[in-house]
Write a protein that binds this ligand. Sequence first.
Ligand code: SAM
Length: 274
Amino acid sequence: MPIANPDIEFLRGIVADLSGNVIAPRQVYMLEQRLNPLAESLGLTDIDELVKELRRSHDPSLKTKVAEAVTVNETSFFRDVHPFEALRTSIIPELVKKNAAKKSIRIWCAAASTGQEPVSIAMTIREGFPELSNWKFDIVATDLSEDVLDRCRGGNYSQLEVNRGLPARKLIRFFERSGADWRTKPEIRDMIRYQRLNLTKPLTFMSQFDIVFIRNVLIYFDQPTKTDILNRVHRTLSPDGYLFIGSSETVIGMGLPYRREEIDATVCYRPTTG
Ligand SMILES: C[S@@+](CC[C@H](N)C(=O)[O-])C[C@H]1O[C@@H](n2cnc3c(N)ncnc32)[C@H](O)[C@@H]1O
């Protein structure tokens, strides 16, 4: 049975309040696709029952489950490849000169989903810069969804997942067999800290990042939310840091304090002051 219109509005409201994600009319099918299994896993017969429970219950965790269930977690290793090339050929070598005294580089991977993006960053650094083994690389990978973060922490990827974007050479070098799956080796796992973070809520990082990846998530927010997030991300970025957004996303024309820079085949953004 299709979801009744008032229930659609109710569910879209919950998702917007808790994650800032906008469910466009053409994406309403996603509510059915994602919330039927959620209802089932909670012992409820269908979405109708789930909506009744949401209206009745004051348990905030139920709303959180709904918001997290409808996020899009699509990702892959070395997605769009060029940003990782830019890290290798240009950005890390420059930061090595700049941060020579403290011997550390901080990277934030916002909206990391199941971790293929931070793991790709860690592999790029380990493979490209073996001489930096005494440096501290602090990769902070965050996401809204506890479910995906739990998966990240385990470091396990299926054969299907490693087939998407991961060259065989890197699979052999940085992963080990774990039953039918593959697991990242400790040298990669130890470089990454995973933590839950909702981008629509205050960002409470203690020190600034040299590089921020916030890719393929801005598309799910409305314009004011996107502007607000990118303004707050600006404060977490070191004055000469680098910001990567998704290849189909832009900050141009939004009056934001970033300037566009091309590095070989990729585009990144650098903070401007003021
Ligand atoms: C399409 S994935 C992008 C993954 C990766 N960055 C990439 O480009 O392959 C989008 C991720 O954004 C997360 N997300 C959605 N809304 C969020 C929010 N308000 N705060 C933090 N993460 C959010 C989702 O949970 C999902 O894992």
